[in-house]
Design a protein around this ligand. Sequence first.
Ligand code: ATP
Length: 227
Amino acid sequence: MLKLDKIIKTYNKGKNNAFEALHGISLTVESGEMVAIVGTSGAGKSTLLHILACIDGYDSGEYYIDDMVIGKLSEGKMADIRNEKIGMVMQDFALIEEFTALDNVMIPLDFAARGKKKGKKERKEIAIKMLEMVQMQNFADKPVNSLSGGQKQRVAIARAIVNEPSLILADEPTGALDTETTREIMKVFIDLNKQGKTIIIVTHDLTVAEQCSRVIKIEDGVIIEGN
Ligand SMILES: Nc1ncnc2c1ncn2[C@@H]1O[C@H](COP(=O)(O)OP(=O)(O)OP(=O)(O)O)[C@@H](O)[C@H]1O
């Protein structure tokens, strides 16, 4: 489903502070896998995740999602792929704190591809269904800034899955959570994986990594294990 072929990524390319962060990464992730990406600080995990998420480009090599060549797509088409195929979950939740849980979950529905736009009532129903999936329906009308860290991450996961992406990418999703809350959030990811979602989690937490079906270790911009 996902294939990286000899991806090279250089920050500040062409300048005297140019830095090659990924040195020719090749990786295939099949549909339905649950993968952890681990490695020391600065190894290139976030860089890799941002390329997988179609947030950042790359210098050479190629990235394929379902046989589509990502490097050849326009900005607009990349944005469509981000909205339709990929759900992102971040360590700091990246929610709008003063909005309610429900309003946060509804946001991506507004950006879904033209023609797919739905009426407000229908969008609200879809968002509530997503909150039910993460057991947060009773908090739908609460502002996010009144929720705990674990509750915020559940809302962020509901937002990530609202456009029914096949791929969920998470950057240190449990980094701000305690052990018990980490366990609960991992259960949500495992349930989503059982429902068929492909999940890739960047983590420093070995208890998170060992719950994934494959662990990819990256060091100095190179995959050294798990490929
Ligand atoms: N925007 C940038 N400009 C220049 N260098 C960058 C930029 N972003 C990252 N880097 C460098 O690229 C390398 C990989 O960074 P990356 O953030 O991918 O590492 P990481 O494995 O995610 O680290 P951490 O676990 O600390 O988040 C690091 O040496 C970093 O300093």
